[in-house]
Design a protein. Structure first.
Lengths: 162, 152
Protein backbone atom coordinates (compact mmCIF):
# COMPACT_ATOMS: atom_id res chain seq x y z
CA UNK A 1 0.00 0.00 0.00
CA UNK A 2 1.34 3.35 -0.94
CA UNK A 3 1.86 5.87 1.80
CA UNK A 4 1.77 9.54 0.99
CA UNK A 5 4.82 11.44 2.12
CA UNK A 6 5.17 15.18 2.40
CA UNK A 7 6.50 15.24 -1.13
CA UNK A 8 3.89 13.15 -2.91
CA UNK A 9 0.55 14.29 -4.23
CA UNK A 10 -2.56 12.11 -4.04
CA UNK A 11 -3.90 11.80 -7.54
CA UNK A 12 -7.62 11.55 -7.01
CA UNK A 13 -8.18 12.27 -3.36
CA UNK A 14 -7.85 15.46 -1.38
CA UNK A 15 -7.08 17.36 -4.52
CA UNK A 16 -9.00 20.49 -3.78
CA UNK A 17 -9.59 22.63 -0.75
CA UNK A 18 -13.36 22.28 -0.96
CA UNK A 19 -15.09 20.99 2.15
CA UNK A 20 -17.03 17.73 2.14
CA UNK A 21 -17.08 16.52 -1.46
CA UNK A 22 -20.16 14.52 -2.38
CA UNK A 23 -19.02 10.88 -2.49
CA UNK A 24 -21.65 10.11 -5.15
CA UNK A 25 -20.59 12.83 -7.58
CA UNK A 26 -17.42 11.08 -8.73
CA UNK A 27 -13.81 12.01 -8.10
CA UNK A 28 -13.16 15.65 -7.30
CA UNK A 29 -11.48 17.80 -9.93
CA UNK A 30 -7.73 17.73 -10.10
CA UNK A 31 -5.91 20.56 -8.42
CA UNK A 32 -3.67 22.82 -10.47
CA UNK A 33 -0.63 21.25 -8.83
CA UNK A 34 -1.65 17.73 -9.76
CA UNK A 35 -2.49 18.80 -13.32
CA UNK A 36 0.99 20.31 -13.62
CA UNK A 37 2.55 17.11 -12.34
CA UNK A 38 0.56 14.99 -14.76
CA UNK A 39 1.55 17.35 -17.58
CA UNK A 40 5.17 16.91 -16.58
CA UNK A 41 4.75 13.13 -16.69
CA UNK A 42 3.18 13.33 -20.13
CA UNK A 43 5.93 15.62 -21.37
CA UNK A 44 8.58 13.12 -20.28
CA UNK A 45 6.69 10.29 -21.98
CA UNK A 46 6.58 12.35 -25.15
CA UNK A 47 10.32 13.04 -24.97
CA UNK A 48 11.11 9.36 -24.45
CA UNK A 49 8.96 8.47 -27.44
CA UNK A 50 10.80 10.95 -29.65
CA UNK A 51 14.19 9.67 -28.49
CA UNK A 52 13.21 6.08 -29.19
CA UNK A 53 11.89 6.91 -32.65
CA UNK A 54 14.96 8.97 -33.50
CA UNK A 55 17.29 6.19 -32.39
CA UNK A 56 15.27 3.67 -34.38
CA UNK A 57 15.70 5.83 -37.48
CA UNK A 58 19.35 6.77 -36.94
CA UNK A 59 21.27 4.07 -35.12
CA UNK A 60 24.48 6.09 -35.51
CA UNK A 61 23.08 8.56 -32.99
CA UNK A 62 22.66 5.90 -30.32
CA UNK A 63 26.01 6.59 -28.60
CA UNK A 64 24.89 10.17 -28.00
CA UNK A 65 21.23 9.63 -27.32
CA UNK A 66 21.28 6.53 -25.13
CA UNK A 67 22.59 8.36 -22.06
CA UNK A 68 20.19 11.25 -22.51
CA UNK A 69 17.27 8.84 -22.93
CA UNK A 70 18.24 7.07 -19.71
CA UNK A 71 18.13 10.38 -17.87
CA UNK A 72 14.65 11.07 -19.20
CA UNK A 73 13.58 7.67 -17.98
CA UNK A 74 14.96 8.62 -14.56
CA UNK A 75 13.03 11.89 -14.70
CA UNK A 76 9.84 10.04 -15.53
CA UNK A 77 10.33 7.59 -12.67
CA UNK A 78 10.84 10.40 -10.19
CA UNK A 79 7.86 12.39 -11.41
CA UNK A 80 5.63 9.34 -11.27
CA UNK A 81 6.89 8.58 -7.77
CA UNK A 82 5.56 11.96 -6.65
CA UNK A 83 2.01 10.79 -7.34
CA UNK A 84 -0.05 8.54 -5.14
CA UNK A 85 -2.14 6.23 -7.29
CA UNK A 86 -5.23 4.91 -5.52
CA UNK A 87 -6.18 1.28 -6.20
CA UNK A 88 -7.82 0.94 -9.57
CA UNK A 89 -6.60 4.26 -10.91
CA UNK A 90 -3.25 4.98 -12.47
CA UNK A 91 -1.31 7.81 -13.97
CA UNK A 92 -1.94 8.02 -17.73
CA UNK A 93 0.81 6.53 -19.87
CA UNK A 94 -0.39 8.06 -23.11
CA UNK A 95 2.04 9.74 -25.48
CA UNK A 96 0.30 12.86 -26.71
CA UNK A 97 2.81 14.18 -29.23
CA UNK A 98 4.31 12.02 -31.96
CA UNK A 99 6.17 14.23 -34.40
CA UNK A 100 7.65 12.70 -37.53
CA UNK A 101 11.36 12.00 -37.43
CA UNK A 102 13.13 14.38 -39.85
CA UNK A 103 14.78 13.05 -42.96
CA UNK A 104 18.36 13.78 -41.97
CA UNK A 105 20.38 13.14 -38.83
CA UNK A 106 21.23 16.78 -38.38
CA UNK A 107 17.56 17.74 -38.63
CA UNK A 108 16.66 14.98 -36.19
CA UNK A 109 19.20 16.33 -33.72
CA UNK A 110 17.83 19.83 -34.21
CA UNK A 111 14.32 18.57 -33.47
CA UNK A 112 15.49 16.88 -30.29
CA UNK A 113 17.38 20.00 -29.26
CA UNK A 114 14.33 22.19 -29.76
CA UNK A 115 12.16 19.71 -27.90
CA UNK A 116 14.58 19.62 -24.97
CA UNK A 117 14.71 23.41 -24.81
CA UNK A 118 10.93 23.67 -24.88
CA UNK A 119 10.65 21.02 -22.19
CA UNK A 120 13.11 22.88 -19.97
CA UNK A 121 11.14 26.09 -20.34
CA UNK A 122 7.92 24.28 -19.54
CA UNK A 123 9.42 22.85 -16.34
CA UNK A 124 10.27 26.36 -15.17
CA UNK A 125 6.66 27.43 -15.66
CA UNK A 126 5.61 24.70 -13.22
CA UNK A 127 7.53 26.20 -10.30
CA UNK A 128 4.78 28.57 -9.27
CA UNK A 129 2.71 27.14 -6.46
CA UNK A 130 4.59 23.85 -6.28
CA UNK A 131 5.79 22.47 -2.95
CA UNK A 132 9.48 23.17 -2.26
CA UNK A 133 10.47 19.57 -2.99
CA UNK A 134 8.45 19.38 -6.19
CA UNK A 135 9.73 22.78 -7.33
CA UNK A 136 13.28 21.51 -6.83
CA UNK A 137 12.52 18.42 -8.88
CA UNK A 138 11.10 20.54 -11.71
CA UNK A 139 14.10 22.88 -11.55
CA UNK A 140 16.59 20.02 -11.58
CA UNK A 141 14.87 18.38 -14.54
CA UNK A 142 14.78 21.76 -16.30
CA UNK A 143 18.52 22.09 -15.80
CA UNK A 144 19.07 18.54 -17.04
CA UNK A 145 17.04 19.23 -20.17
CA UNK A 146 18.98 22.45 -20.75
CA UNK A 147 22.23 20.46 -20.60
CA UNK A 148 20.77 17.97 -23.05
CA UNK A 149 19.98 20.79 -25.46
CA UNK A 150 23.56 22.01 -25.17
CA UNK A 151 24.98 18.54 -25.76
CA UNK A 152 22.74 18.04 -28.78
CA UNK A 153 23.84 21.40 -30.18
CA UNK A 154 27.43 20.23 -30.30
CA UNK A 155 26.81 16.60 -31.16
CA UNK A 156 28.21 15.39 -34.42
CA UNK A 157 26.01 13.32 -36.65
CA UNK A 158 28.60 10.58 -36.39
CA UNK A 159 27.14 10.06 -32.96
CA UNK A 160 29.66 11.66 -30.62
CA UNK A 161 28.17 13.91 -27.94
CA UNK A 162 31.36 15.64 -26.89
CA UNK B 1 32.18 21.23 -2.52
CA UNK B 2 30.84 17.88 -3.63
CA UNK B 3 27.21 17.28 -4.55
CA UNK B 4 25.20 16.39 -1.50
CA UNK B 5 21.66 15.16 -1.48
CA UNK B 6 19.25 18.06 -1.15
CA UNK B 7 16.41 17.56 1.27
CA UNK B 8 13.94 20.27 2.05
CA UNK B 9 11.45 19.39 4.72
CA UNK B 10 10.75 23.09 5.14
CA UNK B 11 11.37 26.02 2.87
CA UNK B 12 14.48 28.01 3.80
CA UNK B 13 14.27 31.75 4.19
CA UNK B 14 15.26 33.83 1.21
CA UNK B 15 18.31 35.25 2.95
CA UNK B 16 19.49 31.83 4.12
CA UNK B 17 19.21 30.39 0.63
CA UNK B 18 20.92 33.34 -1.01
CA UNK B 19 23.73 33.29 1.54
CA UNK B 20 24.31 29.61 0.80
CA UNK B 21 24.44 30.38 -2.91
CA UNK B 22 26.83 33.25 -2.25
CA UNK B 23 29.10 30.99 -0.21
CA UNK B 24 29.15 28.55 -3.11
CA UNK B 25 30.04 31.35 -5.52
CA UNK B 26 32.86 32.46 -3.22
CA UNK B 27 34.17 28.90 -3.19
CA UNK B 28 33.94 28.71 -6.98
CA UNK B 29 35.87 31.95 -7.42
CA UNK B 30 38.60 30.58 -5.16
CA UNK B 31 38.56 27.15 -6.75
CA UNK B 32 38.86 28.43 -10.29
CA UNK B 33 41.97 30.29 -9.20
CA UNK B 34 43.46 26.95 -8.26
CA UNK B 35 42.18 25.08 -11.31
CA UNK B 36 43.09 27.79 -13.80
CA UNK B 37 46.71 27.76 -12.74
CA UNK B 38 46.97 24.10 -13.75
CA UNK B 39 45.21 24.39 -17.09
CA UNK B 40 46.50 25.52 -20.46
CA UNK B 41 45.14 26.52 -23.84
CA UNK B 42 41.41 26.31 -24.40
CA UNK B 43 40.82 24.85 -20.96
CA UNK B 44 42.51 27.79 -19.30
CA UNK B 45 40.50 30.20 -21.46
CA UNK B 46 37.32 28.43 -20.43
CA UNK B 47 38.36 28.49 -16.78
CA UNK B 48 38.99 32.23 -16.98
CA UNK B 49 35.56 32.83 -18.50
CA UNK B 50 33.93 30.68 -15.86
CA UNK B 51 35.86 32.43 -13.08
CA UNK B 52 34.53 35.77 -14.34
CA UNK B 53 31.00 34.39 -14.54
CA UNK B 54 31.19 33.37 -10.90
CA UNK B 55 32.48 36.78 -9.91
CA UNK B 56 29.49 38.38 -11.63
CA UNK B 57 27.11 35.94 -9.97
CA UNK B 58 28.73 36.65 -6.61
CA UNK B 59 28.23 40.39 -7.09
CA UNK B 60 24.59 39.83 -8.06
CA UNK B 61 23.93 37.76 -4.96
CA UNK B 62 25.64 40.27 -2.69
CA UNK B 63 23.43 43.02 -4.05
CA UNK B 64 20.31 40.90 -3.58
CA UNK B 65 21.22 40.10 0.01
CA UNK B 66 21.94 43.72 0.83
CA UNK B 67 18.60 44.66 -0.68
CA UNK B 68 16.96 42.23 1.74
CA UNK B 69 18.64 44.05 4.64
CA UNK B 70 21.26 41.44 5.47
CA UNK B 71 25.03 41.41 5.38
CA UNK B 72 26.46 39.18 2.66
CA UNK B 73 28.59 36.33 3.89
CA UNK B 74 32.26 37.01 3.26
CA UNK B 75 34.63 34.78 1.37
CA UNK B 76 36.97 32.63 3.39
CA UNK B 77 40.67 33.31 3.17
CA UNK B 78 41.20 29.77 1.89
CA UNK B 79 39.16 26.68 1.20
CA UNK B 80 39.87 23.01 1.73
CA UNK B 81 39.77 21.37 -1.67
CA UNK B 82 37.69 18.20 -1.87
CA UNK B 83 40.62 16.24 -3.32
CA UNK B 84 44.21 16.76 -4.37
CA UNK B 85 44.45 19.10 -7.35
CA UNK B 86 47.86 18.81 -8.94
CA UNK B 87 47.45 18.45 -12.68
CA UNK B 88 45.14 19.36 -15.56
CA UNK B 89 42.96 16.31 -15.09
CA UNK B 90 42.28 16.98 -11.43
CA UNK B 91 41.83 20.69 -12.23
CA UNK B 92 39.07 19.86 -14.69
CA UNK B 93 37.51 17.59 -12.11
CA UNK B 94 37.68 20.39 -9.57
CA UNK B 95 35.96 22.76 -12.00
CA UNK B 96 33.14 20.27 -12.49
CA UNK B 97 32.85 19.81 -8.74
CA UNK B 98 32.70 23.56 -8.19
CA UNK B 99 29.94 23.89 -10.75
CA UNK B 100 28.01 21.04 -9.16
CA UNK B 101 28.26 22.80 -5.81
CA UNK B 102 26.98 26.07 -7.20
CA UNK B 103 24.15 24.30 -9.00
CA UNK B 104 23.16 22.62 -5.77
CA UNK B 105 23.23 25.92 -3.89
CA UNK B 106 20.91 27.55 -6.39
CA UNK B 107 18.60 24.56 -6.13
CA UNK B 108 18.26 25.56 -2.48
CA UNK B 109 16.99 28.95 -3.60
CA UNK B 110 14.29 27.16 -5.60
CA UNK B 111 12.89 25.85 -2.32
CA UNK B 112 11.96 29.30 -1.02
CA UNK B 113 8.33 30.33 -1.21
CA UNK B 114 8.93 33.67 -2.92
CA UNK B 115 8.03 33.04 -6.56
CA UNK B 116 10.46 35.57 -8.00
CA UNK B 117 13.39 34.16 -6.05
CA UNK B 118 12.33 30.64 -6.90
CA UNK B 119 12.48 31.43 -10.58
CA UNK B 120 15.77 33.24 -10.10
CA UNK B 121 17.23 30.15 -8.46
CA UNK B 122 16.02 27.85 -11.22
CA UNK B 123 17.41 30.07 -13.96
CA UNK B 124 20.67 30.54 -12.07
CA UNK B 125 21.12 26.75 -12.05
CA UNK B 126 21.35 26.54 -15.82
CA UNK B 127 24.81 28.10 -16.46
CA UNK B 128 26.64 26.09 -13.78
CA UNK B 129 24.84 22.90 -14.80
CA UNK B 130 26.01 23.41 -18.38
CA UNK B 131 29.53 24.29 -17.29
CA UNK B 132 29.66 21.15 -15.15
CA UNK B 133 28.76 19.07 -18.19
CA UNK B 134 31.44 20.78 -20.24
CA UNK B 135 34.11 20.08 -17.62
CA UNK B 136 32.94 16.56 -16.79
CA UNK B 137 32.19 15.54 -20.35
CA UNK B 138 28.89 13.93 -19.48
CA UNK B 139 25.44 14.85 -18.24
CA UNK B 140 23.68 13.79 -15.07
CA UNK B 141 19.98 13.17 -14.58
CA UNK B 142 19.40 15.51 -11.65
CA UNK B 143 21.69 18.55 -11.59
CA UNK B 144 21.96 19.99 -8.12
CA UNK B 145 20.87 16.75 -6.53
CA UNK B 146 24.00 14.70 -7.13
CA UNK B 147 24.19 11.46 -9.03
CA UNK B 148 21.41 9.78 -7.09
CA UNK B 149 17.71 10.42 -7.65
CA UNK B 150 16.13 12.80 -5.16
CA UNK B 151 14.48 11.32 -2.07
CA UNK B 152 10.77 10.67 -2.30
Amino acid sequence: MLAASATTLPLFAALTACAGPDPLSGPPPLSAGVRELLDAVTAEQNLIWIYNRTMASYSALAPTLTALLAEHQAHLAQLRAMIVEPPGRSVPRTVTSKPAVPGTQSAALAQLRATEQAASTAQLRRLSGASPALAQLYASIAASEATHAAVLATARTSGSAH
Amino acid sequence: MTGRQVTTAAAPTAVQALQTALAAEHAAVYGYGVAGALLTGADQTAALADWRAHQEARDTLEAMIVKLGATPVAASAAYALPFAVQDARSARRLAATLEDGVTQAYLGVVAVTDETLRTFGALAMLPPANRAVAWRGSTIAFPGMGDSPPPI
